[in-house]
Design a protein around this ligand. Sequence first.
Ligand code: G1P
Length: 291
Amino acid sequence: MKQQTIKKAIIPVAGFGTRFLPATKAQPKEMLTLVDKPVIQYIIEEAVESGITEIILVTGQNKRAIEDHFDRNFELEYRLKQKGKKKLLEEIDRITNLANFVYVRQKTPLGDGHAILQAKDLVDKDESVAVLFGDDIIVNKKPALKQMIEVYERYRDPVIAVERVDKKDTNQYGIIDVVDDKGKTHEIKGLVEKPDPKEAPSNLGVIGKYIVTPDVLEALSKVKRGKGGEIRLIDGFRSVVKKRSIYAHECEGTRFDCGSKLGFLKATIHFGLNHKELKKDFAKYLKSIRI
Ligand code: G1P
């Protein structure tokens, strides 16, 4: 059987999560829970369901809870065993064995591109990797990353996940310029970071999932620091877009932007309504609310 080429995913999780203060004062924003599971676990499960076997988390200060979450906890396991809580024990064990976890630290917050570069030495010279930001959860039977990997397998070029956004919101996203606006997969002509609606080349906004090829990673390592001394991933793509093909893919599925409070609330409602034990009672409760 042909081996899938994308085996590793880099997930930058070093950010401070200021939008969620004070909830994130003493805990990572990635550990905020949607019903009973931290956001980061949804992202990692999507990666694993897409065939990823190695998860590289780029962490920073105050992020130890993430490492502990995916590590063994002997005392907890012992107590669950003693109490005969077999199902919970299995679930705890499953989380630990989801993938091979690797951690690197980003010592200074110098942008998402800088975070990704901290993992560069963990990627083979000829290897393409997935990059997933911790905010975007896409719910779909076939995971969004799997859809992107299929595009990669077809072209062997970098792939960026995009979504149609409201024209008035283009200043919140990287916006792409496409060669031909047909179908769901578009060749990219250019990328503009957070343009004013008047200047936006399209309404296709970059969402936090990418497939990065070795040349893009190399180009990223040569990108000059921009605003605030930061290195941004989008600049890595921008520096090669005139020289090589890059594809944008509109993934099938419902996206929740868990980096915003409203998106987080919407996701909570979605996962509540789909939760095995809660869905009936939760739906009943929601129906009973008068707004
Ligand atoms: C980053 C990217 C931007 C992208 C966004 C998606 O911006 O630079 O191109 O649209 O993620 O989440 P940030 O939201 O980190 O400022």
